[in-house]
Design a protein around this ligand. Structure first.
Ligand SMILES: [Zn+2]
Length: 602
């Protein structure tokens, strides 16, 4: 098993469409949350009176790498202002969270876990020499309080215990002190064991639980990968076994698991919370780093290229709480929502639909994805994600020019001072792979470079669009890491208002999407013809998708779900064609805000 290490924001820089995506994010909600959102702007973490728990650490966890990847001086200065304030409130014993000494006993220490993690991210970006001692003292105090029984893990801290290991591993790499192992053991002992919850994952419950909670599960997938070394346990790929069960009973066509907000079964009209998209991506990044296995990188791509852009607006100012794979409308439910435990506006695009966790937490998804483009182990460098980017370290300078996943050709320029082995991960779905024009059936490309060598590598492959079976005798169209949907045209209704002292005004208002075209279709041909129109200024544009698929569909009898007039029925009433074949252009799932992704084939 190969252990891969992450690079820092000083070493990896996004390029091409990925850089543009990060620029859109910085110009949107992520880059402005501290100016407009009370829970970040006036947080107790910085001496204010608003939320003093997960929201500021969540936001910083994405805002910081975003600022450094873009080398944005203003954002870097604003990040430092937050870090300075947070550090200034640390108590002499190491406790850093904004609550009184008396409140510690009842303060859910999930916030300790996430602030420790966020500070390690800050160190990796900034190199701020204050941080290692601060993280050390936070964890030492946490260990002491847990060991003495002053506090115990409960609720979120108990459900997310493994999140602490990002910081534990960071400190342990610098000083191999036994109390860190002690802390690791206490956390595992007191933490939730998700293996015991597996029977509950096979049948959706209409109630809320920590051990079926979709975000907890998304985070948990990396628990063995981040904890096995320090606990001296053998890595057994538990994540893959749990992944298989989750996929069988709650899978979606884009690699998510339904959770609105606890596991919700296989229905295409159940939702998945945005926090889980970001956390599942982060888990897969760690799972690839731990195992080096292609499957985790491919699962990561599925989420990044489909689920993530689909649930955030083109300008990245608004997002959904829950996305559905068959989503014919994003209109508030007048009565009970279709979602099991989420509210009637969870699928609207807005500032904080349903609940504000995703508002703070989605920020980490693209920056950490960009940071996972390359990893290293000894004198070997691997290109994990073949997206446009640049790696520049003391020894190597590597650039990747490509429009992947919208196109499938890649130009690498590699220049080294000392000898390295450079590997390129090849997706399992790549066909007709060529390297510098010569055909190869290699599953991974590997190049040994000698000291001072310069190398240009041109890689290309084909990806064929195919129909993929889904439950309920439905099909999805997939082409490599891109999933395609029948797009539904819509009108947008904007809502500006104020609720509980939080303003929603353009561009961070709420939007309802009201369908104006038919959606009751079945595929009626085997022909799937890829059309590429180039990447625009908005990579996953809902107006001008960079790639579409031409195919044929026929209308069928497909009504509404019982009790709703803005949700399609889980399955059609009949697959009998109602008319002749219509030519249609399928959109990438990530570009289709309203869509039918799972439909029959007749
Ligand atoms: Zn959330």
């Amino acid at each position: 098993m190969n252990r891969w290490n992450f690079y820092t924001t000083n070493e990896i820089k996004p390029a091409g469409w990925l850089k543009r995506q990060l620029e859109i994010q910085a110009a949107g909600l992520s880059g402005n949350l501290d100016k407009i959102w009370p829970d970040v702007r006036d947080s107790a973490w910085i001496g204010g009176s608003k939320e003093g728990w997960e929201r500021v650490p969540y936001w910083l966890d994405g805002f910081i790498p975003l600022a450094y990847l873009l080398e944005d001086k203003d954002m870097i200065a604003r990040a430092k202002k937050y870090i300075d304030a947070i550090l200034s409130y640390q108590k002499p014993d190491g406790w850093i969270c904004p609550c009184s000494d008396e409140e510690r006993k009842t303060y859910d220490t999930w916030a300790v876990q996430i602030i420790a993690k966020t500070l390690t991210v800050y160190y990796q970006c900034s190199g701020d020499e204050r941080i290692p001692d601060v993280v050390y003292s936070i964890l030492k105090n946490y260990r002491d309080m847990l060991k003495n029984g002053d506090i115990v893990l409960y609720d979120w801290g108990k459900a997310r215990w493994f999140e602490t290991f990002i910081a534990i591993n960071f400190v342990y790499a610098r000083c191999k002190e036994d109390w860190l192992v002690d802390l690791a053991k206490i956390l595992k002992e007191q933490g939730l064991d998700y293996n015991e919850a597996v029977p509950l994952w096979k049948r959706p419950l209409n109630r809320w639980r920590f051990d079926t909670h979709i975000v907890n599960i998304a985070m948990m997938l990396k628990s063995e990968a981040v904890s096995c070394d320090i606990l001296k346990e053998e890595y057994t790929d538990t994540a893959d076994k749990l992944h298989a069960i989750l996929e069988e009973y709650n899978g979606t066509p884009v690699g998510l698991f339904t959770g609105d907000e606890c596991l919700s079964g296989l229905s295409p009209i159940q939702g998945t919370e945005l926090c889980s998209v970001a956390e599942q991506m982060y888990s897969y990044e760690h799972l690839f780093a731990c195992t080096g296995e292609n499957k985790w990188a491919e699962r990561l791509e599925m989420l990044a290229f489909n689920a993530l852009p689909a649930t955030i607006s083109d300008d990245m100012w608004t997002h959904q709480y829950d996305q559905m794979s068959n989503q014919i409308a994003c209109v508030a439910f007048p009565g009970k929502a279709i979602f099991r435990t989420n509210g009637s506006e969870s699928h609207l695009f807005g500032l904080e639909p349903n609940f504000g966790c995703c508002t703070a937490n989605f920020n980490q998804a693209w920056p950490k994805f960009a940071l996972s483009a390359f990893m290293h182990s000894g004198d070997t460098v691997i290109n994990v994600l073949p997206v446009p980017s640049e790696l520049k370290t003391k020894n190597e300078h590597i650039t990747v020019e490509t429009n992947y996943p919208f196109e499938n050709s890649f130009k690498y320029n590699v220049e080294v001072n000392e000898a390295i082995t450079f590997k390129i991960r090849v997706p399992s779905f790549a066909e007709n792979l060529t390297v510098n024009g010569e055909a190869t059936d290699a599953k991974e490309l590997s190049f040994d470079l000698i000291a001072g060598e310069k190398l240009e590598i041109n890689v290309a492959f084909d990806v064929k669009p195919t129909f993929v079976d889904r439950p309920h005798e439905l099909k999805t169209v997939r082409c490599g890491s891109l999933v395609f949907s029948v797009p539904v045209k819509y009108e947008t209704k904007m809502h500006e208002y104020e609720k509980d002292g939080v303003e929603r005004k353009f561009p961070y208002c709420d939007y309802e999407l009201i369908p104006v075209s038919d959606w009751n279709y079945a595929y009626s041909t085997d022909e799937l013809e890829i059309r590429r129109s180039g990447v625009t200024d908005v990579p996953f544009s809902s107006k001008n998708p960079p790639v579409t698929i031409k195919t044929g569909v026929k209308k069928i009898n497909w009504g509404f779900e019982d009790g709703y007039d803005t949700v399609c029925a889980k399955v059609p009433e009949s697959t009998q064609a109602l008319g002749s074949e219509e030519e249609i252009l399928l959109y990438p799932y990530g570009c289709a805000k309203l869509r039918m992704t799972e439909i029959p084939k007749i």
